[in-house]
Design a protein around this ligand. Structure first.
Ligand code: HMG
Ligand code: MG
Length: 318
């Protein structure tokens, strides 16, 4: 630490000049909290994230409220964010939609960016979507085509890209097949999910290389690491070295997945920004403001942030 709350900047060769952070704390983070966070608190959280310089803030999910009760207030929350999307900052507010019902709910409120979420494994497809992998892709097909007709941006998440709690290690070929299928449906970008945080850097590079060989360009790939085994930053660096410049992260390291019990928090946005800033990679994020936001949210949730950077910068108790 330099004593200023910022790392010293020492660039390294072969990395992107700028990284777009896809902030998932309000969705991936809060969907896994036992406590249901009041709608106004979520709205304030998202406004604070935008004030800290995050330009893509995943807001919520239009899924079945019984499956994810924590996000059952999507209809109430989303209109409270209109000023962000329509304001001068033009914050991107993607939302998750599993099916046409979800897309209808999202478009009725003016959403212009959606994400479908597939699985590389059958077990998780069943647990998360009550479908086989291919049935889930069939469910997404009309969602993606209707969204594209409306000029919406569509992200395709793929979970269990490295390991699965029921099936163990996941073969690269299995992941490549579903990634290709998501792109063929018309998704604009992919996000490779290490849902249970078991990936290691060599595995990340091998998957990215296999995707390139299958005709998937690196500039359409984002990475989504969970930090269960403390590998999320190392995996991110491997992806940056490969040329990836879209990285998902969750403010304060909130997160997990309600349908994968061994999933813990996402890579903390503050830990990511600390590393990127040290490398001289632009993100547009104000680390002090962001950490203060995560400390504020940790107070609302009644437990300290798991992010090392948040704890160091805000002197939170462990
Ligand atoms: P299902 O039970 O098979 O649903 O669930 P269905 O299609 O049979 O419909 C049953 C009823 O649900 C119907 O109502 C539908 O209208 C209603 P009824 O006619 O019986 O009264 N329904 C809906 N209601 C509101 N909104 C909807 C909706 N869809 C159907 N969108 C379903 C299938 C996909 C709906 C369910 O499995 C579901 O909602 N799953 C969501 C699970 C989820 O959100 N998981 C977390 C996100 S994924 C994640 O976190 C991983 C990620 O972070 C990446 C990583 O880390 O790997 C992205
Ligand atoms: Mg996730």
């Amino acid at each position: 630490m330099t004593g200023t709350g910022l790392p010293m900047t020492v660039p390294a060769a072969g990395l992107p000049a700028r990284v777009r952070i896809h902030e998932v704390g309000a969705r991936d983070g809060l969907q896994n909290e036992n406590a249901v966070v009041p709608t106004e608190v979520k709205a304030e959280f998202i406004h604070r994230l935008a004030d800290a310089g995050l330009t893509t803030v995943e807001a919520t999910s239009f899924v079945h409220p019984k499956w994810v009760p924590q996000l059952a207030d999507a209809e109430q929350l989303f209109p409270l964010l209109d000023d962000l999307r329509d304001g001068p900052a033009g914050v991107r507010l993607p939302v998750l939609v599993p099916n046409e019902r979800g897309l209808d709910r999202a478009t009725a409120l003016g959403a212009d960016r959606v994400a479908v979420f597939a699985s590389a494994t059958e077990s998780f497809a069943k647990a998360n979507l009550n479908r086989t992998v291919d049935e889930a892709l069939a469910m997404f097909a009309p969602v993606v085509s209707r969204a594209r007709e409306r000029d919406m941006h569509v992200r395709g998440y793929l979970s269990m890209c490295f390991g699965d709690p029921w099936e163990g290690p996941v073969e690269v070929g299995q992941v490549v097949r579903v990634c290709r299928a998501l792109l063929d449906l018309g998704c604009d970008e992919l996000s490779l999910g290490d849902t249970i945080g078991v990936a290691t850097p060599g595995h990340v590079t091998a998957l990215l290389t296999a995707l390139n060989e299958a005709g998937v360009p690196t500039d359409r790939i984002g990475v989504h690491f969970h930090d269960t085994y403390g590998q999320a930053l190392a995996n991110t660096l491997a992806a940056l070295r490969h040329g990836v410049s879209t990285v998902d992260a969750s403010a304060g390291g909130l997160g997990g997945c309600p349908y994968a019990k061994s999933a813990t928090g996402n890579l903390a946005t503050e830990d990511l920004v600390w590393m990127l800033q040290g490398l001289g990679i632009e993100t547009g994020v104000d680390l002090g403001r962001l950490s203060a936001t995560s400390a504020w949210m940790a107070d609302r949730l009644g437990r300290p942030s798991p992010s090392r950077t948040v704890r160091a910068l805000t002197h939170q108790e462990q």
